[in-house]
Write a new protein. Structure first.
Length: 239
């Protein structure tokens, strides 16, 4: 039987690339995002392989009914990938941007993960995939709330993994460094940049192997050890 995946945030970047590759691999995909035109085009391109719904994850109360309806149309799901997330350069500590990052990366993320956990608990099987970042390892002058939100995502997924283990529900944390996506065009000081196509392939491998955590690229596994042990003052210089 064909596997079915729900991808929250499938209208660009990693989520969009995962949508293409999973459909190519034979999955049925249910995708969400705010951009209806992109979802519409995907549905036209993939007909009975792609189901969709539009919603803003800030609208917490709409998550449960909207996703329940989408999953019903798909006759169930096996995997839920949370690929939403926003990044923001907040040198001036604007509250508006902090708030948006927290609503998207913390509140919205948790609402989806919680929904998925309850859905999979009913079936005693499933797989939840969340996307953190290497930024989770330290504070940052310009990305205070973004880095904090990624630390939250990692710790949340870690706890969820323990909670759901005995129910045959797997939890994978994806930890990318820098990916080649349009919104990072012109961004300086990016190390070991990975094309988004390659990143999606690595994520799919990690899903198939039910890995607890995967670094994109693999060399960031070593990078992450270094980030954990180097003195704070040196980290600041690397920014
Ligand atoms: N790109 C990188 O180098 C990199 C590195 C480390 C970690 N990450 C993480 O990987 C994840 C995906 O990143 P990406 O680069 O693929 O980002 P992206 O291209 O901006 O895609 C984000 C997706 O999330 C959706 N989204 C954002 N805000 C939303 C909201 N309020 N309601 C509903 N959907 C929303 C977007 O859909 P709409 O625009 O249609 O709403 C889009 O589909 C993020 O968590 C990011 O922090 C990325």
């Amino acid at each position: 039987m064909k596997k079915k995946a729900l991808i929250i945030g499938c209208t660009s970047g990693i989520g969009l690339e995962l949508t293409y590759q999973m459909i190519e691999d034979g999955y049925i995909v249910g995708g969400t995002g705010k951009r209806e035109n992109v979802l519409h085009d995907l549905a036209a391109e993939f007909k009975d392989k792609f189901y969709w719904c539009v919603f803003n994850i800030h609208d917490i109360n709409s998550i449960k009914p909207t996703l329940t309806h989408l999953i019903k149309k798909m006759h169930g799901i096996d995997i839920c990938i949370i690929a939403t997330g926003i990044f923001g350069d907040n040198e001036n500590l604007q509250w508006g941007l902090d708030e948006k990052i927290i609503y998207t990366n913390v509140l919205g993320f948790t609402a989806i993960a919680n929904f998925a956990a309850h859905y999979f608990l009913k079936n005693d099987s499933g797989h939840i995939v969340g996307i953190s970042s290497l930024n989770k390892y330290s504070g940052s002058v310009n990305h205070t709330s973004f880095n904090a939100s990624k630390a939250y995502i990692s710790i949340y997924l870690d706890g969820l993994r323990f909670r759901l283990k005995k129910h045959n529900i797997h939890v994978t944390e994806v930890c990318p460094g820098f990916l080649k996506v349009p919104h990072f065009d012109g961004f300086k000081s990016m190390l070991w940049v990975v094309p988004v196509r390659k990143a999606a392939r690595e994520i799919l491998k990690a899903i198939e192997r039910k890995k607890k955590i995967t670094y994109i690229s693999k060399r960031w596994l070593i990078g992450s050890w270094i980030l954990r042990v180097i003195p704070h003052v040196l980290k600041k210089r690397l920014e």
